[in-house]
Design a binder for this molecule. Structure first.
Ligand code: R1P
Ligand code: URA
Length: 312
């Protein structure tokens, strides 16, 4: 357990330099990161890391699992974060604070399909917007039911984009592994609930979401998938500040984080089919290698921490 003395309520860190929720410190996370939701997916991907390099593993009390090693000789971290927008926010901000240089972060998750992709296929999410429940709409049911309100039950954000070079590399590796017919590229909706803001019916709550999927098609006809984290990753990458590092042309590097995302379709929201767990593992085995290959092939500017404790 994490019992080091904590300092600085603004951005809490332990006296040994560990961040509060992910619990890693400088030298424990590489600049190239694959992030997943599920811990077993992280462990499956970790099996591909070089056997002749030591594996660093840290499981935090708040549900983050960090595994750092090398793939084809290149330092890589695989980080499982659980689910949802706040977990992505904790992960990106805390890891950014303990890693020097540029970061390349690829999310590999699962998603629902609202387009042509059937279960078992892969969606490269080259852009994302968020759908959040508009809590105000639910504050006065009488008003809603008499349609006296201008509020809408769900809010849609603008679109944020993946890094174009990074997502194209992932797309190419996935097409090489799964074939062109099984890989779709397009816009993703990141939702703040698996249920209400993804248009699932749940008789235990008044969700006012029976038209949500058709509203998505009206607002963003190009949207093809639904999941719960990619938007926050792209949004934070876009908001990331420039680095004091300079590239070979001596210009200051803008946006220190390069991000991309792909997900396997587990829920077909058109046919209502749901994938079997065995199939998920089969797909993960192939997809893990494809994503690792894309990540090590991506150029990054970084500095090895000059620290005896560095695990890579
Ligand atoms: C919901 O079942 C979870 O699956 C998807 C969603 O984004 C959400 O986190 O991704 P992961 O499989 O990576 O967790
Ligand atoms: N993850 C989601 O967020 N939604 C789905 O339908 C499937 C996986």
């Amino acid at each position: 357990t994490f019992e080091e003395k904590m300092e600085n309520a603004n951005f809490p860190m332990s006296d040994k330099g560990r961040v509060y929720h992910v619990e890693v410190k400088r030298g424990e996370v590489a600049n190239r990161i694959i992030t997943v939701g599920d811990h077993t997916r992280a462990e499956e991907f970790a099996q591909y890391l070089d056997k002749d390099s030591p594996l660093f593993r840290l499981s935090s009390a708040r549900g983050f699992l960090t595994i750092t090693g090398k793939y084809k000789g290149v330092p890589i971290s695989i980080i499982a974060i659980g689910m949802g927008l706040p977990m992505m926010d904790f992960f990106v901000r805390e890891v950014r604070s303990v890693v020097d240089g540029q970061l390349a972060i690829i999310r590999f998750g699962t998603c629902g399909s609202i387009g042509a992709a059937r279960t078992g296929s892969i969606i490269v999410q080259n852009a994302a917007f968020a759908i959040t429940r508009n809590y105000n709409y639910f504050s006065d049911t009488e008003e809603i039911e008499s349609e006296l309100t201008d509020e809408k039950p769900y809010n849609f954000t603008k679109i944020f984009h993946a890094d174009p070079q990074l997502y194209k590399k992932i797309e190419l590796e996935l097409i090489n592994s799964f074939g062109e017919d099984n890989v779709f590229t397009g816009l993703n909706a990141t939702c703040d609930s698996f249920y209400s803001s993804q248009g699932r019916k749940d008789g235990n709550f008044r969700d006012y979401n029976s038209n949500l999927i058709s509203t998505i098609s009206d607002v963003y006809p190009e949207a093809i998938s639904l999941e719960m984290e990619a938007f926050m990753l792209f949004h934070l990458a876009k908001s990331s500040t420039s680095l004091p590092l300079k590239d070979s042309n001596n210009t200051i590097l803008k946006n220190s984080i390069k991000a991309a995302s792909a997900a396997m379709v587990v829920a077909d929201r058109v046919t209502n089919d749901f994938i079997s767990p065995v199939k998920v593992h089969d797909i993960q085995k192939v997809a893990g290698k494809a994503v690792l290959n894309a990540l090590v092939d991506f150029e990054l500017i970084y500095v090895h921490p000059d620290d005896d404790d560095c695990v890579w």
